[in-house]
Design a protein around this ligand. Structure first.
Ligand SMILES: Cc1cc2nc3c(=O)[nH]c(=O)nc-3n(C[C@H](O)[C@H](O)[C@H](O)COP(=O)(O)O)c2cc1C
Length: 382
């Protein structure tokens, strides 16, 4: 299949990955209302078409959280990526850095912070979940600081996990009928390319950062069970302040959807926030980031670096998020599909596509630099 868009990567990933993995990436929580809204609301944002403004030279570069980036885009944290391609986090991080961008490693990646950091030229960004095991958190923070990670994303929208029906249906989570392990094995047999490349040659499949706690024999389900047990629902803004005090780099709170929480984040000493509903995987029915973003950017945009994610499926969507008030955009499923479809080469191709689309969006809205993409490029109708 010839790939021209994120939708093509999605289809290619669907063909290559066992169902339990494709559905884990593709799905959202409950009725997937927020997931659909995220894509549709963003795609529904109309931009102003402007003409005859000399757009022969475009500058897509930007600086976000002290980092120079080739465009206002980064790979956001996506758990289990080492299951989508062999040592997937390392492949994706290399592709991102080769494109002059940044990669964010999830706490629940298959490759550990040390493995990805060793495999990349520059220090990567790291995402940490709030865990009950404060010793684990302290160790991860110290490790990330030692490895020179300049930016920490602290994800706060998962005090409890939202239910994802697809994970039960696919056998990723326990459910009725054949045991999950058998179902996943049978699905893998139907995808020989993946089974050989990742299933056999991509081991270990555990969660690299958590492996030291659970031992070498732990399987993927042990790791998922650990995550389920260890997310901390008792956390408050007070804890955030003290965690912030122990982190020397830039501190970004991920999972803000309300202007009041954005103000709290600023008061707690954050450098930035990610406007996010966790890709529609948590509280179903909440606003899309596209709808929540303008009020949040108005409330804290002068004090914090406001990033956004959710439903970004093209370079045009990147322009839309910037026009709505974001300084930069995190890709989620877009890069996970690309990695699942064609490994690191897929991620490299995806980033080329996003860049080309962003260029066209800039040229046709009549802007030549990233800071010019603001509310003035939005079409006002009615
Ligand atoms: C398969 C998958 C795994 C994810 N894992 C994490 C994670 O470990 N940590 C985190 O902060 N966010 C995680 N997210 C959320 C993403 O970082 C991001 O907020 C979301 O995917 C954006 O929506 P989009 O995929 O529609 O672009 C995950 C999302 C997906 C799709």
């Amino acid at each position: 299949m010839r790939i021209a868009s994120v939708a093509d990567f999605r289809e290619a990933a669907r063909r290559r990955l066992p169902r339990f993995l494709f559905d884990y990436i593709d799905g959202g929580s409950y009725g997937e209302v927020t997931l659909r809204r995220s894509v549709e609301d963003l795609a529904g944002i109309a931009l102003r078409q402007r003409v005859l403004r000399d757009v022969s030279t475009l500058d897509l570069t930007t600086e976000i959280l002290g980092q120079k980036l080739a465009m206002p885009v980064a790979l956001g944290p996506v758990g289990l990526s080492g299951m989508y391609a062999r040592r997937g986090e390392v492949q994706a991080a290399r592709a991102a850095q080769a494109a002059g961008l940044q990669f964010t490693l999830s706490t629940v990646g298959c490759c550990s912070l040390a493995e990805v950091s060793t495999g990349t030229e520059k220090p990567i960004w790291f995402q940490l979940y709030v865990t009950k095991d404060r010793g684990f958190m302290r160790d991860m923070l110290a490790q990330a600081a030692d490895l020179g990670c300049p930016v920490l994303f602290f994800t706060v929208d998962l005090p409890v996990p939202g239910a994802r029906y697809r994970d039960v249906h696919s056998g990723l989570k326990a459910g009725p009928g054949l045991p999950g392990r058998t179902r996943r094995f049978l699905q893998a047999l139907g995808k020989p390319g993946w089974a050989w490349d990742v299933g056999l040659r991509g081991r270990p499949h555990g969660l690299g950062n958590i492996a030291p706690l659970l031992g070498k024999q732990a399987g993927m389900l042990d790791f998922l069970a650990w995550s389920g047990r260890n997310f901390d629902a008792s956390l408050t803004w007070k804890d955030i302040e003290s965690i912030r005090a122990h982190w020397p780099g830039k501190f970004v709170i991920k999972g803000i959807l309300d202007p009041d929480d954005a103000r709290e984040a600023a008061a707690a000493g954050a450098d930035g926030i990610v406007v996010s509903n966790h890709g529609g995987r948590q509280l179903d029915g909440v606003l899309s980031s596209a709808r929540a973003l303008p009020a949040i950017a108005d409330a804290v945009g002068d004090r914090l670096t406001v990033l956004a994610d959710g439903g970004v499926r093209s370079g045009l969507d990147v322009a839309r998020m910037l026009a709505l008030g974001a300084k930069g955009v995190l890709l989620g499923r877009a890069w996970a599909y690309a990695l699942g479809a064609h490994g690191g080469a897929g991620v490299a191709k995806l980033l080329e596509i996003i860049e080309a689309e962003l260029r066209v969006a800039m040229a046709l809205t009549g802007v030549t630099t990233i800071p010019e993409i603001d509310g003035s490029v939005l079409a006002r109708t009615g």
